[in-house]
Design a protein around this ligand. Sequence first.
Ligand SMILES: NC(=O)c1ccc[n+]([C@@H]2O[C@H](COP(=O)([O-])OP(=O)(O)OC[C@H]3O[C@@H](n4cnc5c(N)ncnc54)[C@H](O)[C@@H]3O)[C@@H](O)[C@H]2O)c1
Length: 321
Amino acid sequence: MANILVTGAAGFIGSHVADALLKRGDTVIAVDNFNDYYDKKRKEKNVAHNLKKNKYKLYRSDVMNMGAMHHIFMHNKIDAVIHLAARAGVRYSLEQPVHYMVDNVVGTTTLLDLCSKFNVKKFLLGSSSSVYGNNKKVPFAEDHRVDQPISPYAASKQSIEKIAYTFHHIHNMHIACLRFFTVYGPRGRPDMAPYMFTEKILQGKPITRFGDGSTARDYTFVKDIVDGIVKCLDADFKYEIINLGNNTPVKLNDFIATIEKVTGKKAKIAEKPIPQGDVNITYADISKAQKVFNYQPTTSLEEGMKSFLEWYKLEVGRKKK
Ligand SMILES: NC(=O)c1ccc[n+]([C@@H]2O[C@H](COP(=O)([O-])OP(=O)(O)OC[C@H]3O[C@@H](n4cnc5c(N)ncnc54)[C@H](O)[C@@H]3O)[C@@H](O)[C@H]2O)c1
């Protein structure tokens, strides 16, 4: 049982990570600034069920705020950090590149600096498949070139992987940069296709399909991602970059057909050109994660979307009627 600092703990992935750690007996020191990228009430709901637990402590702080974060490190014994706080979302990063650089790059560096000062040796960093850009070679493996990011978001994630290496090199910190591939599931982000499409299809409104539907994503169910994160926390590593995906890319048209199947409703489609910053395909080679910590995603897209739909109907859909 350990004390784990989880940043971005009120967000989609972070709140599930906190739940999984508490379930196995760890103590969670949760940090989130509850930014307004999407409805803050959703984030409040994501943390509400844990607030009274002895082993859960929530700080409403910004990871860039050195003073506030220093206080947290001073007053808690921290064994490891799982850093998920970030400006997420590729498209919005084209509009607000500075926010992305500041939150993602300065925020991560602040945390790494504090870890080095407080001798916290283990650091898991939430990175992204977007660092692969429009690489032609698939599936994407960790040793492929990633020097042509096509969005500010991707550039920010690539930068923090490098900064993390520097801290590993200087301070002998053990760092795993986990590249997540299109995560979906209960508590999912409202700016992502699984949420947006399901909501619109249920409401009988048209969905915007970018391109002809042939782009593909390696949709990965949040439970599988969290399982990978927790297994990584228990693994031994020095500095590693590791893909966490599903190893099964799904074309956009097939993804829409899956939502039609689970909702029992036909989608109305409005087609638009593919926006700048969007990549054509994501497809994870997961053999490294399998080797290093026995990662094995088990949830099919249909199963995962059924689980998402159940959550959506209970938590969101009912209130929107
Ligand atoms: N969801 C995906 O498909 C996906 C894919 C690849 C990578 N990621 C990465 O995984 C991590 C979690 O993503 P998510 O989908 O759960 O997003 P999310 O937006 O739901 O969660 C991020 C949380 O971080 C918080 N946050 C942002 N900036 C902060 C700051 N400066 N200080 C403190 N808190 C801050 C936000 O309020 C939010 O609650 C992010 O690093 C994201 O880039 C996500």
